[in-house]
Design a binder for this molecule. Structure first.
Ligand code: UT7
Length: 362
């Protein structure tokens, strides 16, 4: 049985940056509240679909790996914000990439989607079913925000991240994983009417993310800490063996609570929630790219990842980084820059939620 080494990585953050001050123009909030309670300073909102963002992250990951789309056996997209439920967004990405020989599917476990996908693709490679996979996480949650719910609308951002996994004989890749889903907590985080429900046939399509932040906060920390302990035990390691921790980026206070619970120093934790907010399924691959681009990932490192999301789904794993820490090539694929501003981008969503558009909003 071989291993599933991470040999390529890429991400895409849409160009429109929305600061806490920008949000304060039409949400009853402030930079002081958002930053002190969450660590978030800004987020990116997308002018293109989830699939388009994931496609570009995928192109970049393939170039970094020095592979072409023809080399792929699997295109797996973790997301909750597919533009269509049928056909899958992964099949759109497969076609855009030209991954002629690849199977393609979407996986929805909310923020945990990419990690679940990483686990599945790794197991498929290690079982010998496939040789190479592109595993992406991408979200366009900006379109699901209810701008009247200040407790949630400032927390999320859009973006995409991707990795290429490849069969290897060297001990590398995801070495151990723990996955779970807490019973009877489905109501804690939901986007009602997103899927096939009778309301859709009555033209009552109105997306509005609902959640109970403090329940999720407490449950998330407990579940992730248990997952980390189990994943470490499964890998035959202790926390002292870990070189870098890449947690889901939802709230700096959750990340700090994890660091305390695991007795793991914050200096070795990757934090980018300040720049991108919570990008859900994209959050860990984006943070991983950030760590690679800034030279924090070294060959042979042991990296702990942990995540949670709606469901409430959760998981953690230990990635043994292989030898690849620099990109082979840079992709020249592009998404055109957005020419408008926040007002034009979110005009329909603001109208849905009865937000009066002030002149001050960019
Ligand atoms: O990845 C999965 C999804 N992520 C999450 O679910 C995140 C998990 N939860 C959290 O990050 C935190 O629970 C929040 C950031 C959502 C909330 O932080 P908190 O410290 O638990 O605040 P709280 O909900 O207890 O609210 C404290 C106060 C309330 O006012 P009162 O009742 O004390 O007068 C809220 O109304 O803060 C108020 N508040 C705000 N004030 C200004 C809530 N949101 C805002 C806001 N601006 N954006």
């Amino acid at each position: 049985m071989g291993f599933a080494e991470v040999v390529g990585w890429g991400r895409y953050l849409p160009p429109l940056i929305v600061s806490n001050d920008d949000l304060s123009e039409f949400v009853d909030t402030s930079d002081e509240w958002i930053f002190s309670r969450t660590g978030i300073r800004q987020r990116h909102y997308s002018h293109v679909s989830t699939g388009k963002m994931a496609w570009l992250a995928g192109e970049r990951a393939l170039a970094a790996a020095g592979r072409t789309a023809q080399d792929l056996d699997l295109v797996l997209l973790g997301t909750t914000t597919s533009e269509d439920l049928c056909p899958s967004t992964a099949s759109y990405i497969k076609n855009e990439l030209g991954a002629d020989h690849a199977a393609a599917f979407d996986l929805n476990a909310a923020c945990t989607s990419w990690f679940y996908g990483l686990t599945i693709a790794t197991d498929m490679i290690r079982a010998g079913t496939i040789e190479r996979a592109l595993v992406m996480g991408a979200e366009r949650l900006s379109l699901a925000m209810d701008w009247n719910k200040r407790e949630s609308c400032c927390l999320f951002g859009d973006g995409a991240g991707a990795v290429v996994l490849e069969r290897s004989d060297q001990e590398s890749g995801l070495m151990a994983a723990q996955m779970g889903c807490i019973p009877n907590t489905r109501e804690a985080l939901k986007i009602p009417r997103w899927g096939i429900q009778p309301q859709l046939h009555r033209n009552e399509l109105y997306l509005s993310l609902d959640f109970d932040g403090s329940t999720i906060f407490k449950r998330a920390v407990t579940a992730m800490a248990m997952d980390c302990d189990k994943a470490l035990a499964n890998a035959g390691l202790t926390i002292e063996d870990i070189d870098l921790f890449v947690p889901h980026q939802a709230n700096i206070r959750i990340i700090e609570a994890m660091s305390r619970k695991l007795h793991f120093p914050m200096e070795k934790v990757v934090v980018c929630v300040d720049q991108y907010a919570n990008t859900s399924a994209a959050s860990i691959p984006i943070a991983l790219c950030e760590a690679l681009e800034s030279g924090r990932v070294k060959a042979g490192m042991r990296i702990l990842v942990a995540t949670f999301g709606a469901g409430l789904s959760h998981g953690a794993g230990v990635i043994h980084w292989g030898s690849k820490i620099t990109v082979t090539k840079r992709s020249d694929a592009l998404i055109p820059e957005y020419q408008g501003d926040l007002r034009t981008l979110m005009a329909d969503s603001f109208a849905y939620h009865g937000i009066l558009i002030k002149d001050k909003i960019r």
